[in-house]
Design a protein around this ligand. Structure first.
Ligand code: SAH
Length: 221
């Protein structure tokens, strides 16, 4: 991909991105590794060209099929919460969407395995991540509610869509040696972001605040 496309112009330029960073700092994002990723990942290339001028606003934007690219603050918050507590080598992400969260996370951990249930979104995310030269990401078109047993246990998990209750399969695939799962839980309009840390058969929950996500849906499309 050309440097000019990556760098962006006008509303997608470095200066616009700095304003977004400023906002994330004001909202309490402290992890410099995460802020650096938000600065460097070209979010304008993850949305439709017609929406590119809004790519560095701190809002969710439509990506088709009734889904949205997550709000930068939420991506930063979840990534920060996941990274807090030590290095991660094997991370499972559920809800690839357009692949933006995946791109932010990938260089900060050993490997990301990511699952998306909607075929065309999976295809596009795969293509885009390849174009951006992302190396340590494994993608699957499938139902993330079942996790992906072949590569378990995961020392980190990040879920980008909200279940009513955390699926048992995910808890079972979380490393018993301090594995961390960051997930929004609850019905639309009343969701809370939680981090669950597993030590053997004990699961400790930390509440990270109210959020608004699309629902986690069973099956593939
Ligand atoms: N982080 C993504 C946000 C995507 S929105 C981004 O930056 O673009 C949430 C995504 O979760 C949607 O693409 C939706 O299709 C997907 N999803 C919902 N239920 C799922 C499931 N059971 N398995 C896998 N993906 C799922």
């Amino acid at each position: 991909m050309s440097d000019a496309r990556l760098a962006g112009i006008g509303m997608t330029s470095a200066r616009t991105r700095e304003r977004l960073l400023q906002r994330l700092r004001e909202q309490g994002i402290r992890d410099e590794r995460v802020l650096e990723r938000v600065r460097n990942v070209p979010r304008h290339l993850f949305v439709d060209e017609a929406l590119a001028s809004r790519a560095y606003e701190d809002t969710a934007l439509p990506i088709g099929f009734g889904q949205t690219i997550s709000q930068p603050y939420v991506v930063a918050r979840m990534t920060e919460a996941l990274l807090a507590g030590g290095d991660l080598f094997n991370v499972l992400e559920i809800g690839t969407g357009c692949g933006y969260q995946t791109a932010v996370l990938a260089p900060l951990v050993g490997r990301v395995t990511t699952i998306e249930r909607i075929g065309p979104l999976y295809e596009r995310a795969r293509q885009r991540l390849k174009e951006l030269g992302t190396k340590n990401v494994r993608l699957k078109h499938g139902d993330g509610m079942a996790g992906w047993k072949a590569y378990a246990p995961y020392d980190g998990m990040l879920v980008a869509a909200a279940p009513l209750a955390v699926p048992q399969a995910l808890l079972a695939q979380l490393s018993p040696k301090g594995g961390r799962l960051v997930v929004p839980v609850g019905p639309e309009g009343a969701q809370e972001l939680v981090r669950i840390t597993r030590r053997e058969e004990k699961f400790v929950r930390d509440k990270l605040g109210d959020v608004s996500f699309v629902p986690l849906v069973a099956g593939i499309a």
